[in-house]
Write a protein that binds this ligand. Structure first.
Ligand code: MLC
Ligand code: AMP
Length: 491
């Protein structure tokens, strides 16, 4: 099934129904029906085709949340183009890798970022929008089906080099159908979209559930914790998807206002990072809702979810979603007993085809049709799955992934730094934050931090730099990160 045939339930079937509300930077709100979105995406498809974009081309975007991302997505589905989302916080090194690997036809971005994409045409989104406003609105569609790739989403591997997961229309369709069914999302819902559209949580869950269910969506440029309460009060959503950091921020809401928001809400969903049990409990007390936690990955979209009806068990991610099978295996590939820890392997129509240009990484990740997630977990006798950590030392800060190795590699290129080790340290708001341990001579921490800010997304810049005489190592030379001295981050 092509995504477009699913979208047509809304784009065509709900033509005159209000679909989307977006506030621009000046706070002026614009509204669109599904019919408007059908016409706008047709116009975008004409504009992109006129600029030479053809089926199978990669087209990158580096944009804050705005209507153009929606237009671009639906137009890409219509043209069978492969979109490559780029995190707006990424800097030269990260961008260079993605652009070099994906070889996009162009990058669509804002005027202030045009110079950040050397070696590839950078297209000004405002210019494209102006062209689209004068373009024909008849549908221009290329044949596509479930196997047609629609997105190349980069995710850092254990090696520290980001790999592009090739996600098909079928992956997004299966994921949306599983979520809409499990979470009973209907056209009556009002979804407040504050997650960035450059990751699968916002794009794969948020946008797809909206288009497939035909509900109403309010899109904000980005989550801003000092404005979030006002959005809830003003828009009166029934549905919200967030990362744990957002829920920690929302706990600052005064009880009376939180209670009133909760009374109008139907469902809060959390994912992308572990939701601490005490946050779930404090949130339930304040908002009157038990947050529904689920588990997914860029490569697989969503795999496991707590139930809508039934027990949402704190600290667990629930049960496998419809169509997704989960096995928990030990190192030798044997299923572990209930309660024993093993690696989660998943299989289903939600799982990506593999990695772009990386047959080696694809072969390592897939075994007989099963995808090895690298996440460790246990299953209770009643089927509930609890994540217990990861095989790799991935750090998740505010829902953004950080691979220590990538930061360590940059650190050791800097003057005076001979060795570096980066670890995740618990943080009450962001979940974890990176801290760097450095060995070297005459290290200037401020200069090191400035150099990193220049090369890496801000969330990857360590919160502290600790100079040590040597890194603790095993006899085989492997750094024993757990033996590094503790650091106090209280400010
Ligand atoms: C954060 N920042 C942004 C930004 N998000 N800047 C521009 N656009 C965005 N969308 C920057 C801020 O400018 C600031 O930079 C720093 O990040 C911290 O921001 P903050 O305002 O203090 O935010 P905070 O309240 O801490 O909340 C951060 C957050 C953000 C929750 C809004 O971390 C976020 O959007 N996380 C979502 C990540 C996500 O979607 N992950 C899903 C991956 S998919 P500076 O320079 O001051 O530090 C996946 C699969 C799955 O994992 O299962 O879902
Ligand atoms: P990404 O590569 O950005 O898609 O991040 C995927 C990773 O986020 C998974 O492999 C998990 O380690 C983690 N993750 C996602 N959801 C949860 C959750 N509910 N609890 C704990 N970790 C999660």
């Amino acid at each position: 099934m092509s995504l477009l045939s699913l979208y047509d339930l809304s784009l065509v079937g709900r033509h005159d129904v209000a679909a989307l509300e977006v506030a621009d930077a000046s706070g002026v709100s614009r509204t669109f029906t599904f019919g408007d979105l059908e016409a706008r995406s047709n116009a975008w498809a004409h504009v992109l085709a006129a600029r030479g974009v053809v089926a199978g081309d990669r087209l990158a975007f580096c944009l804050p949340n705005r209507t153009a991302v929606i237009d671009l997505w639906i137009a890409a589905v219509k043209l069978a183009v492969i979109l490559v989302p780029i995190n707006v916080l990424y800097r030269g090194r990260e961008i260079g890798h993605i652009v070099g690997d994906a070889q996009p036809r162009a990058v669509v971005t804002t005027a202030d970022r045009l110079a950040d994409f050397p070696g590839v045409p950078a297209w000004d989104v405002d210019l494209l929008e102006a062209e689209a406003s004068a373009a024909p609105v008849d549908r221009r569609a290329t044949r596509s089906d479930a196997s047609t790739p629609v997105a190349l989403v980069y995710t850092s591997g254990t090696t520290g080099v980001a790999k592009g997961a090739v996600l098909t229309q079928g992956n997004f369709a299966a994921n949306a159908l599983a979520l809409v069914t499990t979470w009973e999302i209907t056209a009556a819902d009002r979804y407040l979209a504050a997650l960035p559209l450059f990751h699968v949580h916002g794009l794969g869950n948020g946008v797809q559930c909206w288009l497939v269910s035909g509900c109403h969506m309010r899109l904000v440029e980005r989550f801003e914790h000092d404005k979030a309460v006002g959005w809830f009060e003003d828009y009166a959503p029934t549905l919200f998807f967030g990362v744990p950091t957002m829920y920690v921020r929302l706990l600052e809401t005064p009880p009376d206002r939180a209670g009133a928001i909760g009374a109008r809400m139907r469902l809060f969903v959390s994912g992308s990072a572990p939701l601490p049990a005490q946050v779930l409990e404090a949130f339930a007390e304040r908002f009157g809702h038990v947050i529904l936690e689920r588990y997914g990955m860029t490569e697989t979209l969503m795999n496991v979810s707590n139930p809508l009806v039934g027990e949402r068990r704190a600290g667990t991610v629930g049960l496998p979603l419809p169509m997704t099978a989960v096995r928990i295996l030990d190192e030798s590939g044997t299923a572990v007993a209930d309660g024993e820890t093993g690696e989660l392997w998943v299989r289903g129509p939600n799982v990506c085809d593999g990695y772009w240009n990386r047959p080696d990484a694809t072969a390592a990740a897939f075994v007989e049709g099963w995808f090895r997630t690298g996440d460790l977990g246990t299953r209770a006798p009643d089927g509930y799955i609890t994540l217990q950590g990861r095989r790799s030392d991935l750090i998740i800060a505010g829902g953004f992934n950080i691979y220590p190795r990538e930061i360590e590699e940059v650190l050791t290129t800097l003057p005076g730094v001979r060795e570096a080790a980066v670890v995740g340290v618990a943080d009450p708001v962001r979940g974890e934050v990176p801290v760097a341990y450095l060995v070297g001579d005459g290290i200037d921490a401020a200069a090191v931090e400035a150099a990193l800010r220049d090369q890496l997304a801000s969330f990857k810049v360590p919160r502290a730099f600790v100079c040590v005489d040597a890194l603790p190592r095993t006899a085989l030379g492997k750094v024993q990160k757990h033996l590094l001295p503790a650091v106090d981050l209280r400010r």
